[in-house]
Design a protein around this ligand. Structure first.
Ligand code: NAP
Length: 262
């Protein structure tokens, strides 16, 4: 990626995406901002153009709808100025699994997994062909923790982590950088939008600090960036344990403990 390539950010109208937009504008990158709320995108675009002298396009789209998704995919495929995709748009959901409705579950999966995957898939071939480009996928520490009682949301975020790791294995030899970012609770609108009361929760991270930390990881070309994780060795140990487990899976032979009944 050249330093002047543009950056397409989904979910850029507020929260983490809006801060990514501000930070990349500060670095001199032109932007393409995607979300549903055109008025908010326009306001942000005007401010970033004035303050940082970069070109900012807004591309309003509902990424849970085929028409919106197809338009953003086309932009990613065809606009060769775009060198970075920040795959950030996402929603959370309140309630336990048995309380959640089919429609709400479908919307969550459509945005957090289907849209994210399709957008990455739209841009990756061009990046691989060019031998450069970056894809940042926003996951969550909830994807590591079924204990947090956000099963569907957490499952979508576990999906994002797995997908990103697989994409990285395939694309890094072709010169494409794939970063997964796992924030923990961060002050944004996501909670209120999902109807989750955070007034009694323990303190959360400020969104600017979260994005700045994620960008430190980005600049270091880190594969997995977990800003709230203080002991980095914990992640390394988890990943090493997973790899050790793989070496113990022998697909042609049933494990001894399953060879006796009860
Ligand atoms: P947020 O403040 O609620 O912002 C979400 C963004 O996504 C908004 O710009 C919203 O804009 C956009 N969006 C929502 N539905 C959309 C749709 N159907 N089509 C297109 N855009 C849509 O949330 P956030 O906290 O910044 O979250 C950003 C990402 O970080 C998400 O993937 C989230 O899961 C992840 N994350 C957040 C936290 C946290 O505590 N905040 C923790 C871990 C991970 P419009 O409404 O204008 O469409």
């Amino acid at each position: 990626m050249t330093t002047t390539s543009s950056v397409l950010i989904t979910g850029a109208s507020t929260g983490i995406g809006a801060i990514y937009a501000e930070r990349f504008a500060r670095r001199g990158h032109d932007l393409v901002l995607v979300a549903r709320d055109k008025a908010r995108l326009d306001t942000l675009a005007t401010r970033l153009q004035q303050e940082h002298g970069v070109a900012v396009d807004v591309l309003p789209a509902d990424l849970t709808q085929s028409s919106g998704l197809v338009a953003v995919e086309a932009r990613l495929r065809d606009d060769t100025r775009i060198g970075t995709l920040i795959n950030n748009a996402g929603i959370a959901q309140s309630g336990s699994f048995i309380e959640q409705t089919p429609d709400a579950i479908e919307r969550l999966i459509a945005l957090n997994t289907t849209a994210l995957t399709r957008l990455a898939n739209a841009v990756a071939p061009r990046f691989a062909q060019a031998g450069e480009g970056s894809i940042v996928n926003i996951s969550s520490v909830v994807g590591l923790a079924p204990e947090f009682s956000m099963s569907v949301y957490g499952a979508t975020k576990a999906f994002v982590l797995f997908l990103s790791q697989g994409m990285s294995l395939e694309l890094s030899p072709k010169g494409v950088y794939v970063q997964t970012v796992l924030p923990a609770g961060t002050y944004t609108e996501i909670w209120e939008r999902a109807g989750i009361d955070i007034s009694t929760s323990s303190e959360m991270m400020e969104v600017g600090e979260l994005v700045d930390a994620a960008l430190v990881g980005f600049d270091r070309r880190e594969l997995v960036t977990i800003p709230p994780l203080h002991n980095a060795a914990r992640w390394d140990a988890l990943d090493a344990a997973r790899q050790a487990l793989l070496s113990d899976i022998k697909q042609a032979e049933v494990a001894e403990r399953y060879k006796t009944v009860l």
